[in-house]
Design a binder for this molecule. Sequence first.
Ligand SMILES: [Zn+2]
Length: 426
Amino acid sequence: MASHQYRSTIPIAVNGKRINQRLKKLAEFGINDHGGIDRSFGSAADIAARNWLKEWWQKVFQSEVKVDPVANLWIEVTGKEKLPPIVLGSHHDAVANGGKYDGSIGVLLAAEVMQTLEEAHFPMRHPMRIVSFSAEEPNPYNISTLGSRSITGVLTKKDLEMVTHDATKVKLTDTIRSLGGDVDHLAGNLLHPRDLSAFLECHIEQGRNLFDCGRSVAVVKGITGIYREKIKVIGEANHSGTTLMKDRHDALLAGSELNLALEEIILNTNQRDVVGTVGRFDVLPNAANIIPGEVDLIAEVRTTDEETLQQIIDELSSRIRVIEKGRRVRILRETILNQKSVPMDQQVQLTLKKVLTSMNEPFLEIPSMAGHDAVHMAPIAKTGMLFVPSIDGKSHCPEEETNLEDIIKAGNVLLQTVIALDKELD
Ligand SMILES: [Zn+2]
């Protein structure tokens, strides 16, 4: 048994070569002619990736992969004490023509950390579990963060039963079943607060904060809130030749003013991590010789600060009143999303920072301006995220890339953080 004892004198570290090989292998599932990855939920590439993960996880960890009712993949190794597990993970699906790193590095580093601890016979008090969530990304079922939202009770069986594939009309519940899940068992298998000790997700930043300052890692302070309004501008469609300029009620000009006003309001906050976008803009009737009678748009604001959001909404309201009057149009607004920002757990952030300091690794502390599965795990477990750089800030495209050295560093930070949390947490 002596050879199976953990020897604390040997520095424990993740295996970079192994991480690289697995990243390359996972990137084969769904690779297209542009070098992008097509691996949306339920696709042949998703199935192939799942089978590959299941196969080597079971071999390496000598344990059974559990496919939960929404087809999230889990595997656990036991700890010395009867405690809720420490969980690491992310997602293995990808957006259409997406990159090789989004989600994938979180899943592969989770397994690498667990394997490293197992190989070292590290005496963990907590059981350790890894997860790859289903359908984190937008997909043909128009439902993202499906796995994390369902298993934490945010989406119910009823919500899922109504959903079908955009093109094939296949029911989402049938696809889940084909992947080994069964939504009939969802209600009885939900994760509840404190079922897990901690959840850690490593992810690419998908922005350029880290890349621009040349650092390898960032501790995520919180995940942005997302606010969206559906806005309808009602003017008057009329002949573009015979209607004098003074007689017009041009909905497009009013909508354009609104878009510019939103940009100005956001810039006036003078806050770096506040962004606003009109990403959808439909003009009716959209004809060359007709003054636009109606415009439908969606305006989005992202910030981690509730007070700032309220100020932006108030300012937008007063600007809209001015536009209505000046352009002689009516503007109708409806809030379609008001997802609150989610702070990351203080203790997990502190532990990550202590580990980074002890490794002499300079780091950033930034919010995540994109949504993640961690949003939905935060009410269940002490949740934290670690970011690695996206080269040139590029993500959700074939050019998405992260240096292997940074990924290895992040792996070692995760490893040491798990070891520290295992000591600290109950
Ligand atoms: Zn992701």
